[in-house]
Design a protein around this ligand. Structure first.
Ligand code: ADP
Length: 478
């Protein structure tokens, strides 16, 4: 085993208990490294270290915080190839996608370095004579961050950077299967000039570390990205103790293709949105809703295009899709493929595991012709499995698009300004894409959904200030 990934608590590296392999999903015989598990006691120490560091850090100057975040961003950008390689090996997305994600993490740190210098406030005239009213923003306190495995650099970055920029201290819990990326990020932060305790990273099981975090009385806020059941459980715990919470959970994102669309563009949007990053994006297009007049032609072009997709080791040139990230996720994907058959869907492409020279979790991109009531058309799969649905016309397509308990992203491919405009207004989603894949967002604008997908203020861009600060209204008489 090459490397042991440790937790980082109060400025020190802590080995944790036992030894778990950090798997390489493309080559199960060659793990990325190993890691020790932090328990509830170590987690409590991390929260207490963050609480002890907060009073001083909350009064640090914006310039001090900007300089540190800018240095972190610069180092990530300078090392994006190396970090991208680690990400591709550990999580399985292709090397170009992984390098792109590393670069994005660097850009996010730089964006929030600037935001530290632009913390907004307001001054208004009072309704009373001789009184001034000021509205200012202050840090929330100790922020817990629970991250998923699918963007192991970018998602931690878009939570950690604003938390620190606005003067909070952090306890970050990465997902169990990506301790290497979390360690790499923590290692960069550990050398950036942050006082001990300001940033802590605790590697361990979600139900142990996550529970110890959310139950700790010194935790002031929690930002979570992950599955619906975990998010809803955390929401209940947070409500019981009045904890500020932000949740990003699942999606069942529709991509509508209208009869007037450029079909080549539609196929590229669908293939990218549904299958790139192995379909493991919360914004993945898992429902392709196609107007009747072009349905057969679209289905035929999709089969042809999917036959050209290369699945394999994400480090190799020319590979379009890497492995599924874990055995558990592969089993979920396969169970949904089985459900697709059982519910009466027609398999149009894929459906089988793929063997390559190394042992890994490779799966064919899979497309089913399905009905709206089928499980594969209703439940989030989080794999390279998409459902193709037939719509009579635009109104029917819009109704199908909105017929879901989720509301993260919705896309449409059309040349009709009228329908694009109507869709932007009427899609019940936090993000809408016109003639673009549903996945692939800019880092400087808000990210988040509606309905069962999200809870609390938006992430990213200037809107991150809502979650990571609290507002104070001060009245002054001369
Ligand atoms: P996924 O199924 O995609 O792994 P999860 O919601 O299980 O999604 O995981 C997202 C994050 O939540 C991970 O960091 C995981 O360790 C953490 N987690 C899992 N269970 C709990 C829990 N009971 N309390 C807090 N965090 C948890």
């Amino acid at each position: 085993m090459s490397q042991r990934f440790q937790s980082y608590i109060n400025g020190e590296w802590i080995a944790g208990n036992g030894s778990e392999p950090d798997e390489n999903p493309s080559d199960l015989d060659r793990p990325v490294g190993e890691y020790g598990q932090a328990d509830a006691v170590l987690t409590a120490q991390a929260v207490e270290a963050a609480a002890a560091a907060w009073p001083k850090w909350s009064l640090s100057t914006p310039q001090q915080r900007a300089d540190i975040l800018d240095a972190v961003g610069s180092e990530i950008l300078a090392r994006k190839e190396e970090l991208g390689r680690l990400l591709a090996t550990e999580e399985g997305k292709t090397l170009p996608e992984s390098i792109g994600e590393a670069a994005r993490a660097g850009q996010i740190f730089k964006f929030f370095a600037g935001e530290a210098l632009r913390i907004p406030g307001e001054k208004l005239a009072s309704t009373r004579p001789g009184v001034d009213v000021e509205i200012t923003r202050e840090p929330v306190g100790v922020v817990g961050i629970i991250a998923p495995w699918n963007f192991p650099l970018a998602i931690p970055a878009w939570k950690i950077a604003p938390a620190l920029a606005y003067g909070n201290t952090v306890v970050f819990k990465p997902a169990e299967i990506v301790p290497g990326c979390a360690w790499a990020l923590a290692e960069i932060l550990s050398r950036a000039g942050l006082p001990a305790g300001v940033f802590n990273m605790v590697i361990g099981a979600g139900r142990v570390v996550g529970a110890a975090m959310v139950e700790h009385p010194s935790l002031d806020a929690l930002s979570f990205t992950g599955s619906v059941p975990t998010g809803n459980g955390l929401l209940r715990q947070a409500a019981a103790r009045g904890l500020k919470i932000q949740l990003e959970m699942g999606g069942k994102n529709p991509l509508v293709v209208l009869a007037d669309a450029d079909l080549d563009k539609a196929v590229e949007c669908a293939v990218n949105g549904a299958y790139f990053s192995t379909g493991q994006r919360c914004t993945a297009s898992s429902r392709l809703i196609v107007e009747n007049a072009v349905y057969d032609e679209f289905a035929a072009r999709m089969r042809k295009r999917l036959a050209q997709i290369k699945v394999g080791n994400p480090l190799e040139a020319g590979i379009d899709i890497g492995p599924v990230a874990s055995l558990a996720q592969l089993e979920t994907d396969l169970s949904y493929i089985k459900a697709g058959h059982e519910d009466g869907g027609e398999l149009l492409f894929g459906g089988e595991r793929i063997e390559i020279a190394t042992r890994g979790h490779f799966l064919e991109p899979t497309l089913f012709a399905a009905k709206p009531e089928h499980r594969i058309a209703r439940e989030e799969i989080f794999g390279p499995v998409a459902a193709l649905l037939r719509a009579d016309d635009y109104e029917h397509a819009l109704a199908l698009a909105n017929d879901t308990r989720f509301g993260l992203c919705a896309g449409i491919v059309t040349n009709s300004l009228k329908h694009a405009t109507h869709f932007k207004r009427h899609a019940q989603a936090g993000m809408v894409m016109v003639n673009l894949p549903t996945a692939g967002v800019d880092p400087h604008v808000p990210f988040g959904g509606r309905k069962g997908s999200s809870y609390g203020p938006r992430e990213q861009g200037r809107y991150a200030v809502e979650f990571y600060t609290t507002v104070k209204t001060a009245y002054t008489a001369a």
